[in-house]
Design a binder for this molecule. Structure first.
Ligand code: DC
Length: 222
């Protein structure tokens, strides 16, 4: 057993706007654990590739950029090559680009070790699509958060509006469906509820309730 595999990991996977980001961050805060927003790495890879003039369909090109991009996470912000890109990587366009590059196996490989490096004492909460299946298969406990498309689109629209971005509910539903379909049907690391992950449906429950549910399960682990 290597040293890092004794550090606890809580894996939280699920589709866009299932509430997993908010829930995972709160769980990490409550436990004093580190937090990995793995989706931001795919968002950053797409942005870094674009800035380097690499076509997003150029798999080796995007993978090479993803493997060496200079990124930093601190104080809730994200930097790419020294520039604060926190808002830029959250646009709808950045979301679609992230989903495109995330379907490329070489890009996923290039980001694998970078994600595992977040496993630091006293523990990690990882949020994404393949935290429990690929990145941390030996996670202490795994969850799959989901919600109806309508509930997720409503949350996503609200988030975009809060950031001052324009958002029309019907367009958001359409974009969510496109992204869900791509994330669930790609051959590598598809978004899927595996039987070893606890299922939490957040359609009718608050983030606070989901947090308590996760902490309750984690604290009962042997
Ligand atoms: O969680 P998010 O919406 O920020 O993720 C952006 C995209 O990245 C999403 O469409 C799927 C992809 N992704 C992935 O394939 N694997 C992960 N572990 C996290 C995100």
């Amino acid at each position: 057993m290597n040293q890092s595999s004794v550090i606890p990991v809580i894996a939280i996977d699920g589709p866009t706007a299932s509430g997993k980001g908010t829930v995972a961050q709160r769980v990490a805060e409550r436990l004093g654990f580190h937090y990995l927003d793995s989706g931001s790495l795919y968002r950053l890879a797409a942005l870094a590739a674009e800035r380097a003039g690499v076509d997003l369909a150029d798999e080796p090109g995007v993978a090479s950029v993803a493997g060496r991009m200079d990124i930093r996470f601190a104080e809730g912000k994200v930097w790419l090559a020294g520039e604060d890109v926190s808002d830029e990587i959250r646009s709808e366009r950045a979301s679609q680009n992230a989903s495109l590059v995330a379907a490329l196996p070489a890009v996923r490989d290039a980001l694998l070790q970078r994600q595992r490096d977040f496993r630091q004492a006293p523990g990690l909460v990882g949020d994404g699509r393949d935290m429990g299946s690929v990145v941390f298969p030996d996670a202490t406990v795994k969850f799959f958060l989901t919600a109806s498309v309508e509930a997720r689109a409503e949350r996503r629209t609200k988030q975009l509006k809060e950031k001052g971005m324009s958002a029309i509910m019907a367009d958001v539903v359409k974009e969510l469906r496109i992204r869900d379909d791509r994330d669930m049907n790609r051959p590598v690391a598809p978004l899927k509820h595996y039987p070893d992950a606890y299922l939490i449906d957040t359609t009718d429950i608050s983030a606070a309730t989901a947090v308590e549910e996760i902490l309750g399960v984690y604290q009962k682990m042997p």
